[in-house]
Ligand binder design. Structure first.
Ligand code: SF4
Ligand code: SF4
Length: 381
């Protein structure tokens, strides 16, 4: 059985978070099990973009501070790191650390922030879909990784948790290349699993105190969940997290594919430690509206020509709200196939080129990109 600990945590007050994080790790054997004196430990947070902690798009700084405190108590040296969306430069990192509250807790608690923006090529012979990876050099310069994810919905993958968080070890705009190479959700999910099996985090922790529902991972709504979860197995942690918010694990492609690799995809294979998942369970957690599909797949296999034809013609597409758009061009710059161009200062998508990765929605600072299916499809459905 895989083990996942779940501990109530009602708010982000420093002491409450520290007590809950501490208990969640204690239930797994304590931080000394994962960190030896002198070890450099990379705390891989979710720092998607410049967002304030209360927007619930990024790992809350108090969670990172609590984990860092426990790493220090075990004699290790914690380093907060991520490669956010967009350019991976020291200047961009500084802006993200500041906005996400990491700069403040780093200075309060004397925690190192990573500013190494170099990349290295590594081979991963056991990878199913990628045998060579371009990753942040900082990862190679530390002795262990603790994965600190945020529980959120996601336009492409439906759910983003422990496994998807590790996509952030791919530096900056190289992520766009990976999107281009792995356009199908199934391939993209396999690629995420390859990255996760390469990184092999010693421990994964989920910030589910306040998660994000609806149009995640950045344009959704904060939703109080009230829990912190932890596991040595990031696949099991994701299964426990989706079960907590009422998403069927087999709706999430990374979980389905993890099951096919024997990495854990079923809550029955998990021993839950700590507080009761059933008592903490969230009802009516909103998933992205365009993910309410199931309809096509009821009649045709998802790989069939007809399902692919319907999805190509009537699949979810990005729609821009020009009233809220400030013309910053972040969507244009980060669109992997360069399907977006600007006309009169506003983005326009060439749907023939669009690969439906939804990076434009993910990285729009104004939350002005919505993912919608065509009206014809909705009427038919
Ligand atoms: S990222 Fe958002 S605000 Fe910026 S140009 Fe694109 S749609 Fe407009
Ligand atoms: S337009 Fe948006 S969804 Fe389409 S490929 Fe570009 S970033 Fe991805």
């Amino acid at each position: 059985m895989e083990r996942v600990s779940i501990v109530k945590c009602n708010d982000y007050k420093t002491q409450h978070v520290f007590d809950s994080v501490s208990r969640s790790i204690e239930l797994l054997g304590g931080m000394n099990r994962f960190v030896q004196p002198g070890m450099k430990v990379l705390l891989k947070c979710n720092l998607l973009m410049r967002k304030k902690p209360e927007e619930a798009a990024t790992t809350h700084p108090e969670i990172a501070a609590a984990v860092a405190g426990l790493v220090k108590e075990a004699g290790g040296i914690p380093i907060i790191a991520d490669s956010p969306g967009g350019l991976f430069t020291q200047r961009a990192l500084r802006g993200v650390y500041r906005a996400c509250g990491m700069e403040a807790i780093a200075s309060r608690d004397q925690i190192e922030l990573n500013y190494n923006v170099d990349a290295v090529e590594k081979s991963h012979p056991e990878g199913k879909i990628i045998k060579n990876l371009t990753i942040m050099k900082a990862l190679e310069e530390t002795d262990a990784v603790i994965n600190i994810a945020k529980l959120k919905t996601h336009g492409m993958t439906l759910f983003t948790g422990a496994v998807k968080n590790l996509f952030g070890v791919i530096p900056g705009t190289t992520k766009a290349e990976y999107h281009l190479r792995m356009k199908r959700l199934e391939d993209f999910s396999d690629m995420l699993l390859d990255i996760s099996t390469y990184v092999k985090p010693a421990l994964s922790i989920m910030d589910a105190v306040i998660g994000m529902e609806g149009q995640g991972p950045s344009a959704g709504d904060p939703r109080k969940i009230g829990a912190i979860l932890a596991s040595t197995n990031p696949y099991a942690l994701d299964v426990a997290c989706v079960s907590l918010v009422g998403i069927a694990p087999d709706m999430v492609c990374t979980i389905k594919r993890a099951g096919e690799r024997g990495l854990c995809s079923d809550i029955k294979d998990i021993a839950l430690l700590g507080d009761s998942l059933d008592e903490l369970k969230i009802h009516n957690f909103k998933i992205p509206s365009h993910k309410h599909v199931g309809f096509i797949e009821q009649f045709f296999s998802e790989d069939s020509f007809i399902a692919r034809f319907i999805n190509n013609r009537f699949g979810p597409m990005p729609v821009f709200d020009y009233q809220g758009c400030i013309g910053c061009r972040d969507c244009e710059k980060n669109c992997p196939p360069k399907a977006i161009s600007m006309a009169d200062g506003k983005p326009v998508v060439n749907m023939k080129k669009c690969i439906r990765c939804y990076c434009c929605q993910e990285l729009c600072p104004q939350k002005t990109v919505r993912i919608r299916r065509s009206r014809l499809f909705e009427i038919f459905r």
